[in-house]
Design a protein around this ligand. Structure first.
Ligand code: TRP
Ligand code: SF4
Length: 403
């Protein structure tokens, strides 16, 4: 089996709708997405079913949070003309693939996913001894595999889920092998190359398969790269046919781990909605300024004349994200000698953060004023995603005897 059916340029990622997004999301996820959308074919979705796996007791919040999340993405610069934005539950094919994958996924694989035990511990007030909670990493596998994506941008905590996804894909391909009617489909695709190129392809394939001629392989590949008459699926078939493999049905994705700066919250813990220490992306300027002005500092600096230690101060954590060397040196010196006060120290930060949030608030406001626009662009994204998802399911159903 080759890895020919992978969409090497495709990225998929999802985010739970848990409430307004904050600076941690901006630096940890969204700035990465807005870079990726320039380079890759991106599918970004709101994982509303995933939210239900842990928040099934407050379903009323889910749809509010879903729209809020979409507007936060758009406000942060995720561009619906560059990336496909959609809502998981509007593409029910994810659920069908989840079900079908569940037939072949050993329970032990799910029980061993680190987040399973960790989250149950962390969210002890919730009853997470549910079928949905155990299965959610597999739902995530379905989310990814259904788009035959090559890359999945995730945080450290999600790498194990991508690893599970790879194992599930491997097992599926092992059990159900290549797609039904592969040879006929490949021959039909050869004809789409036209008489002349079809002949060159057939000769190259023969030379490669009979004599292992690497040059012939190159010639064959070059013919397919990108070809106006070929669909992605046909191109994959022809690559597989050329190399002597099949077209594998599900493709193993890779995690795309990008280093992200640590974003301290107002109290020095990691910025998080559940700690109530966050600055939200569309929070109004006065509230942002007030939060920063009253943000915790080194407790040793009781009076203006008391020297402090930036290492003991959450404000310093923000300087590490936002400030240049010159400013940082100024902070170090001023803090430890009591040369500057904490408000002086915060001033350049407040300016930086307001300047970062200004365009986000402005774009957010525009989208907030145009709910129809947002609804329409999501409807378009849903349809586009569904088309892709349906294609994969045709192959999956056939492979599993459901024709
Ligand atoms: N499980 C992820 C989270 O909790 C969200 C998610 C769902 C996801 N499906 C995905 C991420 C697919 C990447 C790819 O953050
Ligand atoms: Fe923190 Fe800056 Fe005050 Fe030092 S001067 S304690 S780094 S806010």
């Amino acid at each position: 089996m080759t890895s020919a059916s992978r969409n090497t340029n495709r990225v998929v990622s999802g985010m739970r709708p848990t409430g307004p997004l904050h600076l941690g999301h901006l630096h940890g996820v969204l700035n990465n997405w807005t870079r990726l959308q320039l380079e890759y074919e991106c599918y970004f979705f709101v994982a509303d079913w995933h939210a239900l796996t842990t928040h099934y007791e407050d379903p009323a919040d889910i749809s509010t949070h879903t729209w809020q999340t979409v507007i936060d993405w758009l406000a942060a610069g995720v561009n619906p003309d560059q990336a496909t934005l959609f809502i998981q539950s509007r593409v029910p094919e994810h659920a069908e693939l989840h079900l079908l994958l569940s037939m072949v996924t050993p329970l032990g694989w799910l029980e061993r996913v680190p987040t399973y035990k960790d989250q149950q511990e962390m969210l002890r007030e919730k009853d997470l001894a549910t079928y949905g909670f155990l299965g959610y990493p597999l739902l995530q596998s379905a989310d990814i595999l259904i788009y035959r994506a090559a890359k999945v941008p995730v945080g450290e905590d999600q790498v194990a889920h991508v690893e599970l996804t790879r194992e599930v894909a491997r097992r599926f391909n092992h059990l159900f092998g290549r797609e039904h009617g592969f040879e006929q489909k490949a021959e039909k695709a050869v004809r789409k190359l036209g008489a002349k190129n079809g002949k060159i392809y057939a000769q190259a394939r023969k030379r490669y398969q009979e004599q292992g001629d690497a040059g012939a392989l190159e010639i064959g590949r070059a013919l397919l790269d990108p070809h106006p008459n070929l669909t992605v699926a046909d191109r994959e078939r022809l690559l597989g046919y050329l190399e002597g493999g099949g077209r594998s049905i599900l493709e193993e994705p890779e995690s795309l781990l990008t280093p992200v700066p640590k974003m301290p919250g107002l109290d020095g813990q990691k910025m998080s909605k559940s700690y109530g220490n966050a600055i939200h992306l569309r929070e109004d300027a006065d509230s942002v300024a007030k939060k920063l002005k009253t943000m915790q500092t080194d407790p040793a600096r009781v009076r203006r004349t008391d020297p402090g230690d930036p290492e003991k101060c959450p404000v310093w954590g923000l300087h590490k994200v936002y400030s240049d060397n010159e400013t940082r040196n100024w902070v170090q010196k001023g803090c430890t000698t009591a040369g500057i006060g904490c408000l002086d120290c915060k001033k350049p930060l407040i300016e930086k953060i307001q300047a970062e949030l200004d365009p986000i608030r402005e774009r957010g406001e525009q989208y907030e004023q145009s709910p129809d626009l947002v609804r329409n662009l999501i409807a378009t994204g849903n349809e586009k995603a569904r088309d892709e998802a349906r294609d994969t399911l045709v192959d999956v159903r056939a492979a599993m005897g459901l024709r």
